[in-house]
Design a protein around this ligand. Structure first.
Ligand SMILES: [Zn+2]
Length: 505
């Protein structure tokens, strides 16, 4: 076997897989577009019927010949045939990998099978039988909702039928690894898939749905944001000019994944007809118990936290957590700090990215006649020790703990927080700052610039600190907007489901 040729073919094989992985919409057409006479039963699968099966030798050669005939509907070409046999024998490719190679090949792609026909071939090739109706519907739904073909192949190669087939031909079964975001959480993917299918009226494209799933899984968007700003506010959706009835039907089908009930439909439509905005109706669906349950059943929180957990203790991350359950590394000091170019009570640096966002926020406020002044940004661990000890001396440890962090636990040490004042400074570090125009503006607008009010009213038991309407924490625009979309009092701890509270670890 020529080694160079082998490598070339391997590369071609994996390129083909990679290409089909990101271009599923070109591989599979919607069922309705398929002319009736093009059914697969008249092509590959039928020709590879059971009577032919007997012709395959019970060895690797037979396994490969069978894949050629069942998947591609043809006899093997000599070069390809020898390659597959060598790869399988040497262990370079498992049986699952071979199935993947055939089912996602350019030759297969060129046949333009419908979703339904492609799934039927999966049954024949991998489980060695015709489909059963409920099983087939499940897989067709999966693909229609936007998962990759690999996701389906992985399900098939995990079957006992495939294990039996591999044993019969003496090939190593192996498995398929899923790498795309859309294959990570089917509940979330199918929600996004419904927004495409039932909202925009088109099948999801791989890049698009991967992108939305990425934003959801990294918690940069909430499901509600994806639906509203991502889809229903899009030009593509607005151009459909749906009437109120059709609009409400779309809400049922996308958010709730079901058809409308007539009384419910009538309620929403009459509410729209009497002047309720479409945004309020969207919010009604997004905030409904039924939709919340769909999202929590998908495991959205759990998936997201699994992805994000490493960032909460990573000093380079803008999601670095400092609270009573999360101590910073001893004497940690960010290396990328600078003085923000804003009016300030004193020299008080922040990490560069946060400083830039702070500058934008202060400028935007000023354009609206609101004059913000930076109070206190980064504090070193030793300075925090001085502050904390003074507070303890003044009001006792228990009281001091409600408003001042022990050294090593202060968010100010992250370089991502800023205490903000008005020009007079009269309400600086006082809860009455909430009544100033500066306090009100910050509360309602900080999220647009990537900041959250870190210690909201009524959340002392969650954050560990009393209400601080002056303390803002940079988390980046995506996260700030996502947190804000869950309600103005939503805390970092609640949104990211990280440990917090009033007692120290
Ligand atoms: Zn503060």
């Amino acid at each position: 076997m020529n080694k160079n040729r082998l490598m070339k073919r391997m590369t071609a094989l994996f390129c083909a897989i990679a290409l089909t992985g990101t271009g599923m919409h070109t591989v599979i057409r919607a069922d309705e577009e398929k002319p009736q006479e093009e059914t697969v039963t008249e092509t590959a699968a039928e020709e590879a019927g059971e009577e032919n099966e007997l012709l395959y030798a019970d060895d690797v050669n037979g396994f490969v010949t069978r894949l050629y005939e069942v998947c591609l509907g043809r006899k093997p070409d000599k070069t390809g045939y020898m390659d597959w046999i060598n790869w399988l024998k040497s262990g370079k490719v498992s049986a699952a990998g071979a199935v993947q190679g055939f089912m996602l090949s350019n030759e297969m792609k060129a046949k333009n099978y419908s979703i339904s026909d492609w799934v039927e071939i999966c049954y024949k090739a991998i489980m060695d039988r015709k489909s059963d109706a409920p099983g087939k519907k499940t897989w067709v739904d999966c693909l229609t909702n936007g998962v990759s073909q690999n996701f389906v192949l992985k399900g098939f190669v995990g079957s006992s039928e495939f294990a039996g087939l591999c044993a019969k031909y003496g090939v190593v079964k192996g498995d398929i690894t899923l790498t795309e975001r859309r294959d990570q959480n089917y509940g979330l993917t199918s929600f996004v898939g419904r927004l495409y299918n039932k909202g925009l009226g088109r099948t999801p494209d791989a890049n698009g749905i991967n992108n939305w799933c990425d934003l959801l899984i990294l918690k940069k968007r909430t499901p509600k944001q994806v639906a509203t700003s991502g889809f229903f506010h899009s030009q593509e959706f607005l151009k459909k000019n749906l009437n109120n009835t059709e609009f409400v039907k779309v809400m049922y089908r996308t958010f709730l994944g079901r058809e409308y009930d007539v009384p419910g439909l009538n309620d929403w439509v009459s509410s729209l007809n009497s002047g309720t905005s479409r945004d309020s109706v969207m919010a009604g669906f997004a905030d409904s118990k039924e939709f919340q349950k769909i999202i929590s059943d998908s495991g959205w929180e759990a998936v997201s936290n699994k992805e994000l957990a490493p960032l909460f203790n990573n000093v380079n991350s803008i999601l670095l957590v400092a609270n009573k359950q999360h101590k910073l590394p001893n004497n940690y000091e960010p290396s990328d700090m600078r003085q923000p170019n804003v009016s300030a009570r004193m020299s008080t640096p922040m990490r560069d990215e946060a400083a830039t966002a702070l500058e934008q926020m202060f400028a935007a406020a000023r354009a609206e006649g609101v004059y913000l002044v930076a109070g206190s940004g980064f504090r070193s661990q030793s300075y925090q020790a001085t502050l904390y000890n003074n507070y303890v001396a003044r009001s006792g440890k228990a009281a001091a703990d409600t408003y001042s962090a022990r050294p090593g636990y202060s968010e100010h040490q992250t370089g991502l927080a800023m205490d903000i004042s008005d020009r007079s400074g009269a309400t600086y570090l006082s809860q009455s700052f909430e009544n100033t125009s500066e306090g009100k503006w910050l509360k309602n607008n900080a999220w647009k610039y990537g900041f959250i009010m870190r210690y909201p009213k009524t959340k002392q038991s969650v954050t560990g600190y009393m209400y601080e309407p002056w303390h803002f924490r940079y988390v980046g625009k995506d996260y700030a907007a996502a947190i804000w979309s869950c309600g103005p009092e939503t805390t970092f701890e609640e949104y990211f489901n990280v440990a917090g509270g009033e007692s120290y670890n």
